[in-house]
Design a protein. Sequence first.
Length: 354
Amino acid sequence: MKALVLSGGKGTRLRPFTHSMPKQLVPVGNKPVLVHCLENIRDIGVTEIGLIVGDRRDQIEDVIGDGSALGLSVTYIEQDAPRGLAHTVAIAKDFLGDDDFVMYLGDNMLLQGIQEAAAEFTAERPDAQVVVYKVPNPTAFGVAELGPDGEVLRLVEKPKEPKSDLALIGVYFFTPAIHQAVASIAPSARGELEITDAIQWLVTQGADVRAREYAGYWKDTGRAEDILECNRILLDGLTTAVDGEVDEASTLTGEVVIEAGARVVNSRIEGPAVIAAGTVIENSQVGPYTAIGRDCVLTEAGIADSIVLDGASITQVTGLSGSLVGRQAQIRSLEDQPSHRLIVGDDTLVEVAA
């Protein structure tokens, strides 16, 4: 089995971050979402990855490289414009050959992995298998209507009157039968080749199309709120590891990771929290559910329930919560502030007044 991982979307809901970086590289628990996806694929024994990229290929390649650091072999496949999920299957046909494959959207977090779905597909080998998840608002998703044995009867995109609450999430398993389906469909009203249309073509032709309900935690990380929620869930699994420098005037409580090369001076860190290498935290308080990236500087700062990307600095600003702080961003106070909430993009300077 091979894997086709999609990492080319624009990520408009995550602006301003995605003006300057792919949404798949936004970190959760100090690790890019895309890396979490690739590790899930590796954990099912698949190591040959076709990575669909757009005009941000260089940034993705800087992080992923050839995949060897993750135990993978990555082939980059360029898509010139967003032309639909089924279009990615078409342009990856030479890479995929006659192999079965898993298609995985690179901005989806499935924290308990995909081992059970993969094992079911391998054992039963239907023509296609979709992974679904119960949602309270099925009108916002593509949904699968199922028969009594889990067979897919119909797929409906954003139904006005849904007959199912099982949303399609970003993982699909296919045999080579999908290639004929992709070749047989036309672009949708929005001009894209839709994977739901290709799967529906298989259903209409009488192919064996199954659904596997995902029982773990799933989130499409398309919004800042979703990323912060994923970060909280992921950090709940931390185990304390202090490899950096923590002076005697500092206090660590709960599960805290201080990476080698980080320094904590006269500060309080309340876990779960992770502080990456090269970061300096001085005279500050870091509250729970906070992930601070590499080479950051926090001075007389207070932050909780937040993600701070590499190279950012926060000076004399307290009360930050539920915030995303971009790469190289600077946050500094002009006067004392009671409370703040920020969604701050890359290379931003924010000066907060009373």
